[in-house]
Design a protein around this ligand. Structure first.
Ligand code: HEM
Length: 507
């Protein structure tokens, strides 16, 4: 039978397209095969747990169970390669000498988490790399300095007291079980809003009314959902999903809000200047600091930089602080003798807690040891990662080439039995001066170390101390044995089912 005009006309292009796609597919397959062979070769010197040819070790660590990681840390003392599927591998390290070598370099952050955070945060300290990061870090460090932080203590105490007022209402005269994480989450956001741009949101009383507060929570949830959903990793797939749409909307809303706060403040400052109004706000907030940085560096610090840094301040603080405070409270609930010792110390320094100053925070030595022990047992940032820009050689002589993604497991380091005797036991005395002096400088890294350590760590320690001091003066906390705390390890440690505690009002 004779073929039709249409068939002959289209057969050739179809054939060519088919061959083209086949060639592309083949090329991709060869690339993946070579990539796998290269990774296998590079990682061969390091012993690894048994692996599935397709899933790799994904099933071992996927559900965020920290016990599995602890078993691996015990079995493979310094590091192990972790395969995620057949073509991707990360190199996990949790040995202090390995950590020291790794953190003394300036490798860029791994691409994936940064890509996911970008729509919301913009390019701020957390996601920048290279000279631009260095420039921002130098310019913004004064915004996190002790002088600025001193004035935040009062702001922090005010927000904590507001939360305690709520708890008193919930408890009345009775000992009541409360899911504290959600309360602490709102309280931490309240503090950040006031410290970032002196914004009174009333979010602790009515979190649903404030669109900005709602968007902050929603954006944070979608970002973490995306990070752990393999099918949402690709930008195109994610952007067309309902969550992708929602994230675009919430990010836009957050950017508009920050932009408005910036513009309003700029106008207010101009007005103050025009009227020579020397009356100042009670405290200089983060926005004041960033605006003065911009005024002095007009050419190199744009409005977009400014907005990204304010958003970064908010999100970096918001995702870590609620966990830090909640885990501390939980550990003190499980260990009543340490809770009582902290309370006694705090009473002797603060009396009834009607006022609290920066200098008083410095005096809380036992409480500080308990905070550190809690950050060791449950580091709010359980791991950090970098993509090697050049080969690395560890102190034992083993090397890795450029291009490998190295994950420093802070959780693994803090639970490494080679450093910590009985790593699961809550023992604040590990952090006495004498015991700390004997340990490796890189065995305790809740805030990381080196040039990219946490720029907000003094802010974080101050908030942890203010929160725990004021809570313990007004409440006794005990655990709810029916609902133990279960961690969900994401980029930030989260509680799987909340943090449930018995609260007893102290008379
Ligand atoms: C208990 C609370 C906190 C913990 C455990 C924590 C931990 C960390 C860690 C481990 C890093 C290094 C991340 C990496 O290298 O990939 C980091 C970076 C950072 N943190 Fe924190 N953080 C806390 C609170 C805060 C707060 C309250 C702020 C701000 C108000 C903040 C702002 C930042 C910023 C801006 C960076 C990026 C620094 C840079 O790369 O130059 N953090 N944090």
């Amino acid at each position: 039978m004779e073929s039709s005009w249409l068939e002959t006309r289209w057969a050739r292009p179809f054939y060519l397209a088919f061959v083209f796609c086949l060639a592309l597919g083949l090329l991709q397959a060869i690339k993946l095969y070579l990539r796998r062979q290269r990774l296998l070769r590079d990682l061969r010197p390091f012993p690894a747990p048994p692996t599935h040819w397709f899933y790799g070790h994904q099933k071992l660590l996927q559900d965020g169970k920290m016990e599995k990681l602890e078993e691996l840390v015990e079995k493979y003392p310094c590091a192990f390669p972790c395969w995620v599927g057949p073509f991707q591998a990360f190199f996990y390290i949790y040995d202090p000498d390995y950590a020291k070598t790794f953190l003394s370099r300036t490798d860029p952050k791994s691409k994936y988490p940064c890509k996911v955070l970008l729509p919301c945060l913009g390019k701020g300290l957390v996601s920048l790399d290279g000279p631009k990061w260095f420039q921002h870090r130098c310019l913004l460090t004064p915004g996190y300095s002790v002088n600025i932080l001193k004035s935040y203590v009062e702001v922090m105490a005010h927000s904590v007291n507001m939360m305690l007022g709520k708890w008193e209402k919930i408890c009345g005269a009775q000992d009541t079980i409360v899911e504290v994480f959600e309360h602490i989450n709102l309280m931490a956001l309240d503090i950040l809003m006031k410290c970032a741009f002196s914004r009174e949101t009333n979010c602790q009383i009515n979190s649903h009314c404030d669109l900005y507060v709602k968007s902050t929570f929603e954006a944070s949830k979608i970002i973490f959902y995306r990070l752990y959903s393999f099918l949402r990793h690709h930008n195109i797939l994610f952007n067309f999903s309902p969550e992708g749409h929602r994230l675009q909307e919430t990010s836009q809303m957050l950017h508009q809000h920050t932009e408005k706060a910036i513009q309003d403040r700029k106008k207010a400052l101009e007005e103050e200047k025009r009227q020579d109004n020397t009356q100042k706000r009670k405290h200089q907030d983060f926005l004041d600091v960033v605006l003065s940085v911009q005024a002095e560096n007009r050419d190199s610090f744009s409005d977009t930089d400014l907005r990204s840094e304010v958003n970064t301040f908010l999100l970096a603080g918001q995702d870590t602080m609620p966990g830090g405070i909640s885990w501390l409270l939980y550990h003190l609930a499980l260990n009543p003798e340490h809770q009582e010792r902290c309370r006694e110390e705090i009473r002797s320094i603060l009396g009834d807690g009607s006022s609290i100053t920066w200098d008083q925070l410095d005096e809380m030595s036992y409480t500080t040891m308990c905070i550190k022990e809690s950050l060791r047992l449950a580091p709010p940032v359980p791991s950090i990662s970098r993509e090697l820009s050049k080969p690395i050689t560890f102190p034992d002589g083993l090397s890795l080439p450029a291009g490998i993604t190295v994950v420093l497991s802070i959780w693994g380091l803090h639970h490494n039995p080679a450093i910590w005797e009985k790593p699961k036991v809550f023992d604040p005395l590990r952090f006495s001066q004498e015991n700390s002096d004997q340990r490796h400088s890189h065995s305790f890294l809740p805030f990381s170390a080196g040039s990219r350590n946490c720029v907000g760590q003094h802010f974080a320690m101050a908030e942890l101390k203010v929160a725990i001091a004021l809570i313990l003066l007004r409440f006794k906390v005990t655990p709810d044995p029916t609902r133990p705390l279960v961690f969900l390890s994401q980029v930030i440690l989260k509680p799987k089912n909340g943090v449930h505690l018995h609260l007893k009002k102290l008379s």
